[in-house]
Structure formats: structure tokens, C-alpha cells
Design a protein around this ligand. Structure first.
Ligand SMILES: [Zn+2]
Length: 263
């Protein structure tokens, strides 16, 4: 998988595994024009993982994969090997931001009750902590996994919070109540790391499709369309977590109009 450049920064995909989705998971979808995204067995397979970036002296992880999971929906377990392939151990990471607390974005934060990234502060939106830990939004087991890492968690309260120079947060609610994107800036370029504000490239143009696992689908749609508009600004690219090859998407001029390209 190829890294994404933003100004002087290099954002490395950390592949963890695969999510196996159904076409019907996108409600209102018609895949006729998007058959290249559908496997011969009718499933839509999405990569799962996170992204690694050096910011000054900091080593930063954006989203934390699904972990050692083998279910009908997820096949995971590669992230630490992906990290090692880049020459790093879990203890090297000092800063983590997770877009939200679904299992495929917090999976490696906790493994068998143990903290994996022992030297990291984990930034997570207060609204997601409330939803998943206190309100048991995905059940008691998820809440317990999150409580196991509570000592390293720092809650993000509000919008446009600076995590480190060059890394700010953006409230992008809908997929979950506290869903948060991360904005990396370098020079005149910006990369908006989207988490699950968008799940597959068809949604770049099919702006009315909804996603079955959005907690608030209408709000998720509004957020998605706002992000697509924002990506029209020069020097701006979007990096969703689950696009093919974990690639970024950007709008480029094409024959008097603009079109989306990946990579
Ligand atoms: Zn996800």
C-alpha cells in the first residue's frame, strides 16, 4: 500500500485486515455504475487499519484497526506487523487519535485486557466516550475494553482542537455521535483523515447513499456532503479509513469539469 503525501508529511497506511460488507449495507444504493468495487461473490471488501505519521518528534497513530479478530464481518490482526515493517514497535507511538469507538477503529488499543500502545496518549471525542462507555452504545463488552485503557485517554471536547502542531480535529458527527476527523496540515496542503465519514469511493459521487451502521444517517449524510464541498479547496485531499488500498481521494480538473481520483 502506498503512502499519502501532504506537504512535507508522509502518511503511511497500517493495514490490519479486511471488512466484508454487503451491497445492501449502503441503503438506497445502486451499484450498477460501481461494479469494480464489488467482488464476484457480491461482497464489498474494505481494508481495515490506521495511519502512521511523524509529526516533529512525535510518532502519531490515526485510528487503531480491528485487532486479532476473525468473524464473518472482520478479518484482522496485521497492524503490528505493518508497524514493524516500517521499523516501529507499539511503544514508539506517543500520540493516538481515534475517529470513533467502533471495533474496527479501536481494536488494537486493548488486547486481552492489556494496553498495547503503552506510551501513548489516546485522544477520543467526549461524545463517543459517553455513547460507548457510559451509555453502552455497542454493549458492555466494548465499554469494558475501553475502560481498560481509560488511564491513557484524553477526551476531545469541542471542535477544531489542536492535538499537535500540524494536527487538529474536526467534529464530523453522524456515523457516531462524536465522530471526529483529523486534519493534517503542511505548507499549503491539507489532508482530512476521515475515519468513517465515508466508507467507499462510490460515496464520492453518490452523495445520497446512507450507511447501515451510521448511528444518525441523516446527520452523517449532511457531514459527508460538507466534507465533499470542503475537498474542493485547492491543496485539500480526503483520506477515509476504508478506501481501496487505503488511498486518499482528491478532486482534479478534467475536461472543463472536475473528477475524483484516488492515490
Ligand atoms: Zn470503520
Amino acid at each position: 500500500m502506498q503512502a499519502t503525501r501532504v506537504g512535507d508529511l508522509t502518511v503511511h497506511p497500517l493495514f490490519d485486515g479486511t471488512a466484508i460488507m454487503n451491497q445492501g449495507d449502503w441503503t438506497g444504493s445502486d451499484w450498477t455504475d460501481h461494479q469494480h468495487l464489488v467482488d464476484p461473490d457480491g461482497h464489498v471488501r474494505l481494508p481495515v487499519g490506521g495511519f502512521l505519521v511523524h509529526l516533529g518528534d512525535h510518532l502519531v497513530l490515526l485510528d487503531a484497526g480491528v485487532g486479532e479478530v476473525h468473524t464473518e464481518m472482520y478479518e484482522g490482526g496485521e497492524m503490528l506487523r505493518s508497524l514493524a515493517a516500517l521499523g516501529h514497535q507499539p511503544g514508539d507511538i506517543d500520540t493516538i487519535v481515534v475517529s470513533h469507538l467502533h471495533s474496527d477503529h479501536m481494536g488494537w488499543l486493548e488486547n486481552d485486557g492489556q494496553i498495547v500502545f503503552v506510551n501513548a496518549t489516546v485522544h477520543v471525542a467526549a461524545a463517543d466516550w459517553q455513547h460507548f462507555v457510559h451509555d453502552l452504545g455497542d454493549g458492555r463488552r466494548r465499554a469494558n475494553r475501553l475502560l481498560a485503557i481509560q488511564s491513557q485517554v484524553q477526551l476531545i471536547d469541542g471542535d477544531d482542537v489542536t492535538i499537535l502542531p500540524g494536527l487538529t480535529t474536526r467534529a464530523t458527527p453522524g456515523h457516531t455521535p462524536g465522530h471526529t476527523s483529523m486534519v493534517l496540515s503542511s505548507g499549503h496542503e491539507r489532508l482530512i483523515v476521515l475515519g468513517d465519514a465515508m466508507h467507499c469511493p462510490a460515496q464520492l459521487t453518490e452523495t445520497e447513499w446512507e450507511f447501515l451502521y451510521d448511528v444518525d444517517p441523516a446527520l452523517a449524510g449532511t457531514t459527508r456532503r460538507r466534507l465533499l464541498q470542503e475537498a474542493e479547496a485547492p491543496g485539500t485531499a480526503l483520506l477515509p479509513c476504508h478506501f481501496p488500498g487505503m488511498q486518499a481521494a482528491r478532486l482534479v480538473p478534467a475536461e472543463g469539469t472536475k473528477r475524483w481520483v484516488l492515490g
